[in-house]
Design a protein around this ligand. Structure first.
Ligand code: SAH
Ligand code: SF4
Ligand code: F3S
Length: 461
């Protein structure tokens, strides 16, 4: 198709091309990648692409990748091996397939990806994917490999088309991107770049267009979302609490969430918002990473275990029923058994409704990867098992405490069994209930009857 992105502004709604090609997108990693994948599909629609869930039908295959741990990055290469077979099979039928690697592995490895996997045509970083239509067009017409890893001056959101129909009543919205914290284990400051906040006006506009199309819950995304400091209408910088207040004004938007936060950016006004903003859900994901002050310092987290504990107490005063989630790393270089015990003690003391826990994985280019006193894999594994047993126990008892309660549930999608819908409680638990499809996209009272480890089952009242 001889349409490049440059031509797009000249196409009116009526003139936009009918879909003639298919794109398959596979997403790895965090919620921001989920959001970015949706935006990539939206960016490709005006040049004639429709999304497909069948890889064999795809004219363009995009892998939106994650570099956070070694396993995540390696998955991409095994997938590219499988994709090579798909490309060859399609070639035998006379069909062309263009392969793009996007996301954080693209940013971290660039040209290396093409050297290692010749099947790849386009490598595009998280700040350049708005150019995907023209990059694909160039690769196809010029038959050459393209690597695009710029951090352009102009924010990419300005060049993305308007939001099209969201799939569910709950949607993600990126409000902040990048990170300047430089935790010593983490690749994100290198793959996503420096902290950047979108303006309040832009975000409210995107939120309104999502709400007009049926969205009732928004999760604001950022690698450091509570460091948000976007420009407000008067040109002043606005905090996340102020942004949440502005979004709270949108009538048909009923629920607000945000993720992921850094403890040091939990400002007083944000804590207060957990008391006063009635649309802000009683759930907070706040990583603490480790319970030992020596490890926290080696991680460059810039807070102590005591500071985390007292922060949680303050937030719980503002919102007593707050459900907490966290991220924890075990086996950071040099972590002793006694230091790991401090991580267990933190979990015991705080009590988490759910959590993510990981074995430390050295990442190329990060300061921690130069440290030598590695914790042996077997010790990491054993510590992770002990930690996860404790966390799963806490999750089970939190879920069990919900039995008998009536909770407002936002139904998002059909369940596995016929006649069943799945939604989310205010505390982000998945809730299954028998319900008519007409309830999809709305918030309904559900009496919880069964608690499972990772979900709840209930009856619609
Ligand atoms: N922006 C988020 C974290 C993004 S990465 C924040 O600051 O909290 C998600 C989680 O992956 C981190 O919280 C951390 O627990 C984990 N993680 C990051 N780098 C890691 C590494 N090198 N090894 C193991 N886990 C890691
Ligand atoms: Fe990574 Fe730390 Fe930034 Fe989170 S705060 S994205 S863990 S560097
Ligand atoms: Fe992974 Fe990049 Fe997200 S490394 S966790 S996809 S910011």
């Amino acid at each position: 198709m001889a349409i490049t992105q440059k031509d797009l502004p000249h196409l009116s709604e009526r003139e936009k091309v009918m879909p003639t090609k298919k794109v398959f997108v596979k997403t790895y990693g965090c919620q921001m990648n989920v959001y970015d994948s949706e935006r990539m599909i939206e960016a490709l629609a005006p040049v004639g692409f429709d999304e497909t869930t069948s890889i064999e039908d795809a004219d363009v295959i995009v892998l939106n990748t994650c570099h956070i741990r070694e396993k995540a990055a390696e998955k991409v290469y095994s997938e590219l091996g499988r994709i090579r077979q798909v490309k060859l099979a399609r070639q035998a039928e006379g069909k062309r397939t263009t392969i793009a690697v996007a996301g954080c592995v693209a940013q971290a490895e660039g040209q290396e990806i093409i050297d290692r996997a010749k099947v790849v045509d386009v490598v595009v970083g998280p700040q350049s994917y708005q150019q995907l239509p023209s990059l694909i067009f160039e690769a196809e017409t010029q038959g050459r490999k393209i690597v695009k890893l710029d951090f352009p001056e102009r924010d990419k959101f300005q060049d993305l088309p308007k939001r099209t129909k969201p799939r569910q009543a709950s949607a993600f919205l990126t409000v902040q991107e990048g990170c300047d914290k430089f935790c010593t284990f983490c690749v994100v400051p290198y793959t996503r770049g420096m902290e950047f906040s979108r303006s309040v006006g832009d975000i409210v506009q995107e939120a309104r267009s999502l709400v007009e199309q049926g969205v009732r819950e928004l999760t604001l995304l950022g690698q450091n979302v509570n460091a948000y400091h976007g420009e407000g209408a008067g040109g002043n910088s606005q905090s996340l609490a102020q942004l949440l207040a502005a979004l709270g004004e949108i009538d048909d938007l009923h629920r607000l969430r945000y993720t992921t936060s850094h403890p040091n950016d939990m400002s007083d006004d944000l804590i207060e918002a957990h008391r006063s903003n009635s649309k802000l859900m009683p759930y907070l994901h706040l990583p603490f990473q480790a319970g030992s002050d020596r490890i926290l310092a080696a991680m460059n987290r810039k807070h102590t275990a005591t500071a985390y504990r007292s922060l949680i107490s303050r937030i719980r005063v503002a919102r007593p029923d707050l459900a907490l989630s966290t991220d924890i790393i075990v086996g950071f270089p040099g972590e002793t058994e006694a230091e790991f015990a401090e991580t267990l003690a933190m979990v015991e003391d705080i009590g988490f409704a759910q959590a993510y826990s990981f074995k430390y994985s050295p990442r190329p280019g990060t300061p921690a990867s130069m440290l030598e006193d590695h914790v042996p894999e077997a010790v990491q594994t054993e510590r992770l098992h002990r930690l996860q047993a404790l966390l799963e126990g806490q999750q089970s008892s939190f879920n069990a405490s919900c039995v008998g309660q009536v909770m407002p549930v936002l139904f998002e999608r059909a369940g596995r069994d016929t006649g069943q819908l799945v939604g989310r409680s205010p505390y982000l638990q998945a809730v299954h209930a028998n319900a008519s499809e007409t309830l999809l996209g709305g918030i309904h009272p559900v009496e919880i009857s069964i608690a499972n480890r990772h979900s709840l089952t209930g009856v619609v009242l």
